[in-house]
Design a protein around this ligand. Sequence first.
Ligand SMILES: [Zn+2]
Length: 377
Amino acid sequence: MAISFELLHVDKHTGARRGRLHTPHGVIETPIFMPVGTQGSVKAIAPDDLRTLGAQIILGNTYHLMLRPGEKLVGKLGGLHRFIAWERPMLTDSGGFQVYSLAQARKITEEGVAFQSHLDGSRHMLSPERSIEIQQTLGADVIMAFDECPPSGSERSYLEDSLARTTRWLGRCVKAWRPDGPSALFGIVQGGTHEDLRRRHAEEICAHELPGFALGGYAVGETPEAMYASVAFSAPLLPVNKPRYLMGVGTPIDLATCVGAGVDMFDCVLPTRTARHGLLFTSEGRVQIKNAKYVEDTGPLDPKCSCYTCRTFTRAYLRHLFVAQELVAMRLNTLHNLHYFLNLMAEARAAIERDAYADFLKEVQAVTARTPSSRSS
Ligand SMILES: [Zn+2]
């Protein structure tokens, strides 16, 4: 197997886990947040910024990369790591989620999903075999099974058919995967917020001896409370000795809560996307940097933050850059938000080691309570 997971410690009072994931491109200390590099780039920043931030692993999106520049070109040029000049670990998704959310004229059959590119209308097919082939060509350290992400609020009967198909598709993914290659395959458990469906699907998916497992189908429109309750139920259904990845989640309080449920890995576009819209996460709550109250504010964005943006610039200047639409505003805001998310996970790891995770979670809840919740993704 290309990767191995060490479970170092479980917090005495919660389900929070401190672990270490060994991959061909380095070691990942968990729990971890993974910045999203959709098209082979974390928007607005470069790999040297990511290294300075201490990012341990980033994501690439199969859907985007297969359409542009195409996985064959990336493979010919030495694989995704070399192509984007990122020598640390990487994970690619299966392409499924974007096919369901972005592509046009989508048709799901037992074979796979036929769709038209959102870029030029060209016709494509993603199947379990094709998704695994693309991901192995890209060469990420962790690759994801091709599944269906049923829309939120799906009828139970639709959900049951979809889960059964995802289980059959996993069997095909496993056959297409080269376990002795550099890419480790993770299976994905779906089931919405239905406990019986999550349990049954976890049994089916975890019947395969895979290097890791993920929970999919969360943060798709259910309330945070419903997601927290369901993740608390579902995470312990996954094998104890394998990494557990909660896909597409979430806000700082989402991360902190779900770490407490025993999740090890997270990804979300939230910190990078909101940064480009001037919404910044701080130890004092959320800041909309364009607000007029920052016009003459000479304080740092976040007095408790040690990132380049907070060490160097005033709120007044960051507001000016954003309002004037200066390109560097995107970079400085992104640096700060990613630092906030990565630091949150570093603090979570330290709290787990001290068996003080419950207190840490309360602190994150207190920061969240200081600003009105406006979940956006
Ligand atoms: Zn900062």
